[in-house]
Write a protein that binds this ligand. Structure first.
Ligand SMILES: [Mg+2]
Length: 276
């Protein structure tokens, strides 16, 4: 797959797309992304992770004078942050879809989550990655994130949290986040809304975009699907996940990365194609 030199904005997921979950971007990725930004391409990171983690793992690794070309839609797009000329994160989000009363709903949902954790006899631990039998509960204000130690525990907690939330009548929903997390979010929050807002307000310029992600399974309600549906028709959307023909979103620009490397290694190969 050839690099498109017309692209002026890359919309990218973070976990498994730019870096391994919980880890910072590798040196080669930092260098390629820095060269991309220096060449005048803007970067919109759209992730289920919180802004603190994305700052630490990605943005703070980039040269400070280039960070003003970066926007971050954190917590599945609940808010979008930008960076100033000196490289510091701007104090207030540029965009938010979460009101004070919705934050209160999320605080109530925290009690529901704690009940589910207790029922399933999971021990709480401080920070991810969580060993099997434990959970990290992170209240990010605009989203609750639960990191589990195994896929089975994640699925069990997801199911039980959904049951309890439905019973409690709270206007929040639990969704899978990556392979090992549950995100408790407001129903109207997804990465697509944040991408649409950024494109609609020209916060990241007006040039052609390209979208990169690894969770595009439509039947699995992959977190990156809304990004594919949010961009103008014909925008190239690349799934960097390997595997049997996945049920990708039916949009004209959708492509599966051909390999031979995948996930963040595939993205690195794609970026290297820029100067090849
Ligand atoms: Mg991902």
């Amino acid at each position: 797959m050839r690099w498109d030199p017309e692209v002026r904005l890359v919309v990218a997921d973070v976990d498994d797309t730019l870096a391994e979950p919980y880890l910072p971007i590798e040196t080669e990725m930092r260098d390629e992304l820095s060269a991309l930004l220096a060449a005048g391409v803007k970067l919109l990171l759209a992730s289920g992770a919180g802004i603190g983690a994305i700052d630490a793992r990605v943005v703070s690794r980039l040269p400070s004078h280039l960070r003003r070309e970066v926007l971050v839609a954190h917590c599945n797009g609940a808010e979008v942050y930008g960076y100033g000329p000196a490289g510091g994160r701007l104090p207030d989000p540029l965009y938010s879809v979460v009101t004070a009363s919705q934050r209160a709903q999320l605080r109530s949902a925290l009690h529901v989550v704690e009940l589910a954790v207790k029922e399933l006899e999971l021990r709480e631990c401080e920070r991810p990655p969580a060993p099997p039998g434990t959970v990290v509960v992170d209240d990010r204000g605009v989203q609750l994130s639960l990191d589990l130690g195994s896929r089975r525990e994640r699925d069990t907690l997801l199911d039980r949290t959904r049951e309890l939330l439905a019973g409690g009548g709270l206007a929040v929903e639990a969704r899978p986040g990556g392979d090992l997390a549950v995100d408790v979010v407001l129903p109207h929050v997804d990465k697509g809304r944040a991408v649409q807002a950024v494109l609609g307000c020209h916060l990241a310029g007006t040039g052609p975009a390209e979208v990169w992600g690894d969770q595009f399974s439509v039947s699995g309600r992959g977190a990156d699907v809304p990004m594919a549906l949010a961009v103008p028709g014909g925008t190239r959307v690349i799934s960097f996940r390997d595997g049997p023909a996945p049920d990708l979103p039916p949009v004209p620009g959708m492509r599966a990365w051909p390999g031979p490397t995948f996930l963040h290694r595939g993205v690195l190969d794609h970026l290297k194609g820029r100067t090849r």
